[in-house]
Design a protein. Structure first.
Length: 484
């Protein structure tokens, strides 16, 4: 029976029917979405192709006007009428395209010059005097006309009057109904195929759902005896049929549930134990905070410090998210020597170190000076965090000319700290990764600084490298191609 009665007398739909209904709903929505999406894509492609065609045709004619030569005289065309006739004789239009020449003042009924083509008389633009007059008088170069015969996409190029002649215009008209009808036909074909697929899914789903749910009905009575408080009971396994396999699977699920509940209890206990201390400290500070300004200031400082740290993490994440935008970097001509010197002056205030301007490249390159300064300052800050006062940190830039790798520029920050282990060099540029071991002093960073540097370098179509410093330490190098 697929329909039974609930204890209160209402019909109860079986799981088999519910599964089948949900499957059909999901399939119908998915297939309908596919058909609508395909139709939208096809219609968009039609509009895009028409726009390209109109732009191409008007562009070719605009180039022909100053360069065309009258085959009879060997010189420039002396009238718009002659120019349009010769040009139209040399063109081959698409089946749904009309190339026309219009002569006469704008606003008046134009004289039409057309190609000899077989177009349906009821849709041909050259027969529609009203439409031609509206196109001729329009101020725009591109437009759309809604006519009883159907939509019309058009573009035109105005031709100024010559000495003793009349002005004119070159008009490209496209009738999109046929191509859009193809898209609509494809849409309806997809809907028909979707209907056939739904019918097949109904039959297959009904059979599969019944086969899958049959063992469930047989073991339902035994499974109903299990409770959340008693997960130690198991379903007896008898035989080697589907019912036995279902029972084994259900028992394995109960084993996993029992382990999961045990792990959950351990996690809750550990979390409560670990969170109890910081919660007690925060509550104690708030409860003990009195009216003493110094006490309030210290409490506010502790809270503000945590908020500032979270704010920096959020800002860094927003910056990394913005690295995917095309305007993340805005290159401009920059004197590399001046940029290097500016960075050196700015980073000297980051810490009491022996700052050395190691070298500068006297070359003009295209890059974003603000983003590049941000990356260099971040590398310098990283070097300060992993060195001690008095240690040397070198800032510099250089041009590298290599036949194998091409011309490029390098901006670098080199420190003489403890360096970075080889196993950490592969992960330090990833987000929230600081490596398996920390070099130098401990910092409160979130592990986003070098990821930002990498994003800036890749935004310039370059990269960032980690190299060993002669004498010990780490050197971070921003490598950019000279044409970036």
């Amino acid at each position: 029976m697929t329909v039974s009665r609930s204890p209160v007398g209402f019909p109860r739909i079986s799981a088999r029917i519910r599964i089948l209904l949900w499957l059909l709903v999901v399939m119908a929505v998915a297939l309908g979405a596919v058909a609508v999406t395909v139709r939208s894509i096809l219609q968009r492609d039609v509009d895009h192709r028409i726009s390209q065609l109109l732009t191409q045709e008007t562009g070719e004619f605009a180039n022909f006007v100053p360069q065309g030569v009258d085959p009879d005289t060997g010189g420039r065309f002396d009238t718009a009428d002659r120019l349009l006739r010769i040009y139209l004789q040399r063109q081959y239009a698409d089946p749904d395209e009309e190339l026309l020449g219009l002569t006469g003042p704008a606003g008046d009924r134009p004289d039409v010059i057309r190609q000899r083509r077989d177009l349906p008389p009821d849709t041909a633009l050259w027969r529609d005097t009203d439409a031609l007059t509206r196109i001729r008088a329009a101020e725009d170069s591109f437009g759309t006309l809604e006519r009883p015969q159907g939509e019309l996409r058009w573009a035109k190029v105005e031709i100024g009057p010559s000495a003793g002649g009349q002005p004119g215009a070159f008009v490209v008209a496209f009738h999109p109904e046929r191509e859009r009808a193809v898209a609509d036909k494809t849409f309806w074909m997809l809907l028909a195929l979707s209907g056939v697929a739904l019918l097949m899914t109904t039959g297959i789903g009904w059979a599969v759902a019944g086969r899958i749910l049959a063992p469930v009905r047989l073991v339902r009575t035994t499974a109903a005896e299990l409770t959340e408080q008693d997960l130690t009971r198991r379903i007896p396994v008898e035989g080697r049929d589907d019912i036995a396999a279902l029972a084994e699977t259900f028992n394995a699920m109960l084993d996993r549930l029992e382990r999961a509940f045990a792990a959950q209890r351990v996690f809750v206990d550990d979390a409560g134990h670990e969170l109890r201390t910081p919660i007690t400290i925060v509550r104690g500070h708030l409860e003990l905070m009195g009216d003493d300004p110094a006490d309030r200031e210290e409490t506010v400082r502790l809270v503000t410090d945590e908020l500032d740290r979270m704010s920096r993490i959020v800002e860094d994440l927003l910056l990394l998210a913005g690295a995917e935008r095309p305007d993340f970097v805005r290159p401009e001509p920059v004197q590399l020597a001046e940029l290097t010197a500016d960075v050196f002056v700015k980073v000297r205030t980051l810490g009491e170190r022996e700052w050395v301007l190691d070298g500068v490249a006297d070359r003009e390159v295209r890059l974003d000076p603000q983003r590049m300064t941000q990356a260099m300052v971040q590398l310098a800050q990283n070097a300060v965090q992993h060195t001690v006062p008095g240690q040397r940190i070198r800032i510099g830039s250089r041009a590298v000319d290599s036949r194998a790798e091409g011309d490029r520029i390098e901006l670098y920050v080199a420190d003489h700290g403890p360096g970075i282990p080889p196993e950490d060099a592969e992960v330090i540029f990833e987000r929230f990764r600081r490596g398996t071991s920390r070099r130098g002093t401990r910092t409160s960073g979130a592990g986003l600084g070098l990821a930002i540097v990498k994003a800036i370098a890749e935004g310039h179509h370059g990269g960032v490298e980690l190299r060993r410093t002669d004498g010990g330490g780490a050197t971070f190098v921003l490598t950019l191609e000279t044409d970036t």
